[in-house]
Write a protein that binds this ligand. Structure first.
Ligand code: NAD
Length: 462
């Protein structure tokens, strides 16, 4: 917890309510000098050429691999992620560091484009000082996707981890700072006040992952100076289960994707539209699979579902749940609470007028609504300001034809929404403004500049 006047920030274990550790809060009045430091460091960092920056960063992947166990345990302690998922995040993060480093390198290599009159040299230059503001739900992976391409591009980075997970953020930055020159990556700690001060300071690029509401505030704050922004925001992902779906596979996915990380994933399945013809069987399977999930202290290896990250997040979920029940949804399993724990809950009989089918829930609630045909499923799925991910289960051609009618950035066919290596992580509509990863995602961390030479004056060195 931190308040405007706090000088320290305690990180609380949401399962045990014990203090995991404490960091100093960065005074807002110190932010201009931190930005000035980043500005000074940026000149020298950009003068390292692209190859030199990549070479310097290569050993970090090995260090992250060596520290993956420690960071994974810290993720579990700070935000309540199950041990399996938290260790998975830190191990995957180390592996991803290596592959993203190389793909960012390739994305930023200058290009040549010629026509009969002109030879163009296309450069991808740094913007200058960038800011990475990140959430708590993937406290290593989300910072990495904001920080890594920015550094490779030649920007310096000021990183503000979530106030819920400052220790993971600090541990991650400390490992990068074993190799980076002073001032290239700085960490500030705090909450809204520090975030606001950072965004309105003399910086060039804000990369933000978090809620739609805060994303909109950042966009407004960056407007007057036309600062560059990349916003990866919340979602309300739908799962559509068609009448020709493999019902067992669809139910397994529904349970996994509704409850992993206790539902605190931007691409969690937040609403399910199932065809009437298979709804009885699908609902029964979802309920029985949900009842098998083990909930408890996530530091124990066999626990699949931990607590909500905080009492505030728990209360948001409970308010939506209570309202849905009042509006006629039926609790088929779960629905109980203990401190920050909410048992995995399945609601059937959901309808489009319920708040829980519209607002991001970010909790362990699986909401099922029956539909009579594909058109209705598509219409309901698209009736949202969000547009992050989604999934369609059914015969492949049938499912692809439905996917192409959805307004989200990513759709999985008989699987989760994430794409092949090298494709972007992209939210459409109000789930994103710019995007990450893949060649085109990396390039958003750069300013394109072209130098154009008459073709008959081109010298061999160009
Ligand atoms: P949040 O928006 O409340 O906070 C995110 C960060 O913004 C924190 O570091 C916070 O301190 C900071 N902040 C708060 N107010 C600010 C302001 N006015 N100016 C600048 N910074 C400010 O989000 P959260 O609760 O930490 O994370 C959950 C949200 O993140 C969910 O909506 C989830 O869907 C989203 N998310 C999206 C993705 C994606 O890839 N699209 C990934 C992970 C999480």
């Amino acid at each position: 917890m931190t308040t405007a006047a706090s000088t320290t920030l305690d990180s609380i274990n949401p399962a045990t309510l014990e203090v995991v550790g404490t960091v100093p809060v960065t005074p807002v009045e110190d932010i201009p000098s931190i930005v000035a430091n980043a500005r000074n460091a940026q000149k020298a960092w950009a003068e390292f050429d692209l190859e030199a920056r990549v070479e310097l960063l290569r050993p970090v992947a090995k260090r992250l691999e060596e520290e993956a166990g420690r960071i994974g345990s810290l993720i579990t302690a700070e935000m309540g992620k199950s041990t399996k998922e938290a260790q998975g995040e830190s191990a995957y993060g180390a592996q991803k560091f290596a592959s993203e480093l190389e793909s960012a390198y390739e994305a930023f290599i200058p290009e040549e484009v010629c026509d009969e009159n002109t030879k163009s040299l296309v450069y991808r230059d740094p913007f200058g000082v960038s800011v990475a503001i990140t959430p708590w739900n993937f406290p290593m992976l989300m910072p990495q996707q904001c920080i890594l391409p920015s550094l490779v591009a030649g920007n310096t980075v000021i990183f503000k981890p979530s106030e819920e997970t400052p220790l993971v953020g600090q541990a991650y930055a400390d490992i990068l700072n074993e190799v980076l020159p002073e001032g290239v990556l700085q960490v500030i700690h705090g909450a809204d006040d520090q975030g606001k001060a950072l965004v309105s300071s003399d910086i060039n690029l804000v990369t933000f992952t978090g809620s739609r509401e805060v994303g909109a505030k950042i966009l407004t704050a960056c407007g007057p100076d036309l600062k560059r922004v990349i916003l990866e925001l919340g979602g309300k992902d739908a799962l559509i289960v068609l009448d020709d779906a493999d019902i067992e596979a669809a139910a397994t996915f529904a349970v996994h994707n509704s409850f992993r990380n206790a539902g605190q994933v931007c691409v969690s399945t937040e609403r399910i539209y199932v065809n009437d013809a298979i709804a009885d069987e699908f609902e029964a399977l979802v309920i029985s699979k949900t009842e098998e999930l083990k909930q408890g202290n996530p530091s124990k290896d066999d626990v699949a579902i931990g607590p909500m990250v905080s009492s505030m997040q728990r209360d948001i979920v409970l308010q939506q749940l209570d309202q849905a029940i009042e509006d006629g949804a039926e609790v088929r399993c779960g629905g109980t609470t203990n401190e920050n724990f909410i048992t995995p809950t399945v609601l059937t009989g959901c309808s489009h007028d319920m708040r829980i089918m519209h607002d991001e829930t970010f909790g362990p609630v699986c909401c099922i609504q029956r539909v009579s045909n594909d058109e209705q499923a598509v219409e309901l799925a698209n009736d949202t300001p969000y547009g992050l991910g989604g999934a369609v289960f059914g015969e492949v051609d049938h499912a692809v034809s439905i996917a192409r009618q959805l307004t989200t950035g990513m759709v999985g066919i008989n699987k989760a929404c994430g794409g092949a290596e090298g494709t972007p992580w992209v939210g459409a509509c109000q789930s994103g403004y710019g995007y990450h990863s893949g060649r085109d995602g990396h390039r958003q961390f750069t300013q394109v500049r072209t130098v154009n030479i008459p073709i008959h004056q081109v010298k061999p060195k160009y």
